[in-house]
Ligand binder design. Structure first.
Ligand code: NAI
Ligand code: MG
Length: 336
């Protein structure tokens, strides 16, 4: 079994939440080894490169990375490092669980338990020919949906449902308007769904889906959708369960997988030691699931839940007065 993971400590609050996360993982005595590599602003300031080759090599070698948020420097010619990583390793599935936790600022304290599976490599993106003038701007929005891309993401969603004992997959689309692209996605999704008779499947148009998520989130189990819709829906779902400090995400491909917090490097609170480490910790739990160490993943999630339940040393974003370090201590004490 692979026990070495590439670790990117990241920028802003990144190193603070990564230190807390690794301390919790070490306390679990999992036998994990860390290969520390750099990316983002930290790498750029050191070597003039946002994504050094050594980092790519480490991810390719270990096939698993735990990554803190990265700051993309503001200015011309810097593309998002996260997008580069997705392309480089063909990380086609963006998997975002949203599960209610106690004592958050969510309006849905107990009945959300869903996973959004977002296609991460195709969909709608701004193409060539962007023009901006005093009066307005034009750009060609290119949409790309392939049979292969749709099939593998929908299959991923159904397999995930099966592995996790989940009962239903909701296919989210806009095939009524985007007839060719979203239409193809829906058609392929129906074909795949027919191969999983043990899992229920329903279809929702994306705008209706957003309303349903806010009105009756408990009806959802697994959601699968294309890139842009998944981007928006997964953040909506993060809001349902208490916000960015509790939202993890995984980017999964056939050859590599990267686990992270959904939030950014939070420059406004960086260096203050008050960042909530839970999103990255929950990302680490997803990583343990991926490594087929589900019992350990559950043990970690249970300790986080129990700490939130007790409101013990939680950080200011959750209304507490704890620090990143004391929050981690409280979780470690509950590992059992
Ligand atoms: P952000 O997510 O960093 O911050 C938004 C707000 O949420 C801030 O008020 C911040 O203090 C708060 N927040 C975020 N994480 C928190 C945590 N763990 N605990 C407590 N409060 C938390 O988004 P923003 O400000 O738009 O982006 C800052 C930088 O992060 C940018 O350079 C952006 O490019 C980068 N970014 C990186 C991502 C990644 O590497 N995955 C994802 C999103 C943004
Ligand atoms: Mg987003």
């Amino acid at each position: 079994m692979n026990n070495t993971i590439a670790v990117i400590r990241g920028d802003g609050i990144g190193p603070e939440i990564m230190d807390a996360t690794l301390r919790v993982l070490d306390a679990m005595k999992l036998g994990l080894q860390y290969d520390f590599v750099e990316a983002g602003l930290a790498a750029y300031e050191k070597d003039g490169e946002l994504l050094p080759q050594a980092t790519l090599d480490a991810i390719a070698k270990h096939r698993i990375a735990l990554k803190s948020p990265l700051t993309t420097p503001v200015g011309e010619g810097f593309s998002s490092i996260n997008v580069l990583l997705r392309r480089k390793f063909d990380l086609y599935a963006n998997v975002r669980p949203a599960i209610s936790f106690p004592n958050t600022r969510s309006r849905f304290p107990e009945n959300v338990d869903l996973i959004t599976v977002r296609e991460n490599t195709e969909g709608a993106y701004a193409g060539e020919g962007q023009q901006v003038s005093e009066d307005g701007a034009t750009a060609t929005l290119v949409q790309k949906v392939t049979r292969k891309g749709s099939e593998r993401i929908v299959r991923y969603a159904f397999d995930l449902a099966r592995r996790n004992g989940r009962k239903k997959v909701t296919v989210v689309h806009k095939a009524n308007i985007l007839k060719s692209t979203s239409g193809l996605f829906l058609k392929v999704a129906r074909e795949v769904a027919a191969q999983y008779p043990d899992i229920a499947c329903n279809e929702l148009i994306v705008d209706n889906c957003c309303m349903q998520l806010v009105m009756k989130p408990e009806q959802f189990d697994v959601i699968v959708t294309t890139n842009l819709f998944g981007d928006i829906i997964s953040d909506l779902c993060a809001g349902l369960v208490g916000g960015l400090g509790l939202a993890p995400g995984a980017n999964i491909g056939a050859d590599a997988a990267i686990f992270e917090a959904v939030h950014g490097s939070a420059p406004d609170i960086a260096g203050k030691g008050i960042a909530n480490p839970c999103a990255l910790l929950l990302g680490a739990a997803q990583m343990l699931d991926h490594l087929a160490r589900t019992d350990e993943a559950d043990r970690l999630r249970h300790a986080i839940r129990a700490t939130l339940e007790a409101r013990d040393r939680v950080t200011p974003d959750l209304g507490g007065s704890g620090t990143t370090a004391t929050f981690a201590d409280a979780i470690i004490e509950r590992l059992g």
